[in-house]
Design a protein around this ligand. Structure first.
Ligand code: SF4
Ligand code: SF4
Length: 246
C-alpha cells in the first residue's frame, strides 16, 4: 500500500468511525426518549372538580369517609387535628349583597408542587399520573413541605392515629407530614376516591375525580361545559383541583 492509499483507507475508517458513533448516539438518544415515554404507564392525569353549588354547608359525608378510609383520627383538638379534606366558609359581596360560600379544600395535586421541590429526602413526589404523594416511611418530619405549600393542605401527625377503622390501610404514624393522596390506592384498583363515593351516596354529587387528559371523562366534560376556577393560579403551581361556582 502506498502513502496515498494508506491516507485514503485511514480517512475512510475515521469517517466511518465518526459517523458510526454519531448514528449510535442518535439511536441511543431516540431509544432513551422512547423509554421515557413508554415508562409513563398511561398518559393519564388525575384531577378533581368540585361543584360548590351542590355542596350543602352542613354535610360532612366526604370528611367522615376520608377519615374512615385513611385512618385519619379526629382528636377534637385543633392543635392535633389532621384534615386531609375540610370545609371553609368564604365571605364575599355581589353588589351590596353579602354572600357566603362553603368551599371544600384538599391537596391541589399541583403540576408544579412546591412541597415536592423543597423535600430534602424526596419523600414527597409527583407520580406520572399527576398524584402528589408522600412516602410515609421516607418522611423525616422536617415540615418544609408544610411551609412551602401555599394552600395549607399539608398536616403534621403530632400523634399516632387513635382509631384504626380501616384495617386494609396503614395507621397514621406520628412525625410524618401528609395530605390528601387522591385515594391513589383506590384509583389504582379502578375505584372512586372515598370522598367522591360518600358525596354521591349522600345525594350531592359535588365532587368528581377523573382523567383530565381524557376528553370524555366526567371531569373534562364538566370543565368543557362550566366556568371553573382554580385557587391561587397566579402562583404558577398549576393546581389540578377545579371549582365550579366559586
Ligand atoms: S396543594 Fe400543597 S401539598 Fe398539595 S401538591 Fe400543592 S403544594 Fe403540595
Ligand atoms: S381523595 Fe381520598 S384522601 Fe383525598 S380527600 Fe378524598 S377521601 Fe381523602
Amino acid at each position: 500500500m502506498d502513502r496515498r492509499d494508506f491516507v485514503k483507507t485511514a480517512g475512510g475508517s475515521v469517517i466511518l468511525a465518526v459517523s458510526g458513533t454519531y448514528a449510535f448516539r442518535i439511536l441511543t438518544e431516540c431509544s432513551a426518549a422512547w423509554t421515557k415515554i413508554d415508562s409513563q404507564p398511561s398518559g393519564r392525569k388525575w384531577g378533581m372538580v368540585i361543584d360548590i353549588t351542590k355542596c350543602p354547608p352542613d354535610c360532612t359525608a366526604c370528611i367522615d369517609a376520608c377519615r374512615y378510609e385513611n385512618n385519619v383520627s379526629h382528636h377534637e383538638d385543633e392543635r392535633w387535628d389532621v384534615n386531609w379534606i375540610r370545609k371553609v366558609s368564604i365571605e364575599g359581596h355581589v353588589g351590596k349583597k353579602k354572600t357566603e360560600k362553603s368551599v371544600i379544600l384538599v391537596c391541589n395535586h399541583c403540576e408544579n408542587p412546591p412541597c415536592a421541590q423543597v423535600c430534602p429526602v424526596q419523600a414527597t413526589y409527583k407520580r406520572h399520573d399527576g398524584i402528589v404523594i408522600v412516602d410515609h416511611h421516607r418522611c423525616i418530619g422536617c415540615r418544609y413541605c408544610m411551609i412551602a405549600c401555599p394552600y395549607n393542605a399539608r398536616f403534621f401527625n403530632f400523634k399516632d392515629s387513635e382509631e384504626w377503622p380501616n384495617k386494609n390501610r396503614p395507621k397514621r404514624s406520628h412525625g410524618v407530614a401528609e395530605s390528601c393522596h387522591l385515594c391513589a390506592h383506590r384509583l389504582d384498583l379502578g375505584k372512586k376516591p372515598a370522598c367522591v363515593e360518600a358525596c354521591a351516596m349522600a345525594g350531592n354529587n359535588a365532587i368528581y375525580v377523573g382523567d383530565l387528559n381524557d376528553r370524555e371523562s366526567d371531569v373534562s366534560q364538566l370543565l368543557l361545559s362550566h366556568a371553573a376556577k382554580r385557587l391561587k393560579e397566579d402562583l404558577g403551581t398549576s393546581p389540578k383541583v377545579h371549582y365550579i361556582g366559586l
